[in-house]
Design a protein around this ligand. Sequence first.
Ligand code: ZN
Length: 179
Amino acid sequence: MYWCRDHGYRLVTRLLAVLALPVAGVVAPRGGARHAACQWALAVRFPAEDLTGLTSATKAAFTAARTRALWRDGVLIGLTSGYRDAEEQARLFAADVRRRGSLSYRPRTLPPAESCHVAGTAVDVRPLEGARWLERHGGRYHLYRVYDNEWWHFEYRPEGPPPRSAHPGASLADTGAGR
Ligand SMILES: [Zn+2]
């Protein structure tokens, strides 16, 4: 059932991109037509997503990756969460610490100073199939999965793939309070 629905979305979004191509060719003639057509189609499929606040390099990498995913492989990649301001991240962190009792219970959310979402270099994506595509091909765009427990979280790391950790906060727990 879900597969059918997702499959339908994929087909429709890809069709939109193909239909938009001639118009995009007029607006963005120099090689940017495919890119523009895919962004339009993805904006129709994921109207609520917001790429504002991502660094320009992260945004460029992410849009290039999702264009290739859609155009070449018919795979959709949507943005669930990109940039977060420090205040929102502090709220998430505080809620997580409260839920887990204390810092010694290994937080799964990072404080603002540590979060790549606050830095504008992290993207949470959906659906699972899109994340799998990004895990396989994201290196081409310097986008890497970082945590074992978060299939949706990717970071823009032009310096190369970061070491994989079990979950956010793993390094805090190792060096900081508790075990
Ligand atoms: Zn994330």
